[in-house]
Design a protein around this ligand. Sequence first.
Ligand code: GDP
Length: 242
Amino acid sequence: MVPVPAKGRRVQRMRRQPDKRRIVPKPRRPTAGANLPARHPLRHAEFLITAADWPQLPAGGAPEVAFAGRSNAGKSSAINALTQRTRLAFVSKTPGRTQHINFFRLPSGALLADLPGYGYAEVPAAMRRHWQRFIARYLAERAPLIGLVLIMDARHPLTELDSQMLDWFLPSGRPVHILLAKCDKLATGEQRRVLDAVYEALTESYGGRTAQIAVQLFSATRRLGVAEAERAVESWLAPLGT
Ligand code: GDP
């Protein structure tokens, strides 16, 4: 269980080893009108809409969980692992959609918002400025946004732009769950060292806001830490009945 941190507690560090289960039950296929299993609220997500600017964001107020990360950090793979869809998040990589927020709807009605990957050197300056304004406003002001999953490559965590995302989002007071992705590329001892280093850096930078932040190791390809990440998102959605 990865609870939303209790007030006053420090950054939550997932000290135990990532979930090592390799065999994951196949998701049950939904049938029209059938009640979906409440235990797997992230499964069966479907692409909903793509938004390039504020007026295009979905109306209706359904709770949203956003996923953000530097391009190539492993965000699409993480979304696919959590939703158990093999190609879902790659929608966001299709030409014309890489600078948009792509929304997926869960059977409960809650939305997953896949934010554009950042850090592409070749993005034109004007587009980068538009992206920055849009994402900064989205993270700071979007009312239905209930939590942010921030994906970082475990080998290069807490880049300048990762910190920028935290600076935009944390004043909202909502929780952020950091996945140190591709941790399978690090030896076990190194994984622990990186987790400690990220934990310490976050505590140093965001001392007053660390109760909002949790961090864990994650590997989509080895399915390490998937259950913990899933439980974190579930803990944000469940109190809302989603
Ligand atoms: P995105 O650009 O952040 O959406 O990143 P992707 O999910 O597309 O992943 C970028 C690259 O990293 C791809 O070649 C993936 O196969 C690889 N990758 C993603 N997750 C993992 C992981 O957990 N372990 C390893 N070894 N490679 C990964």
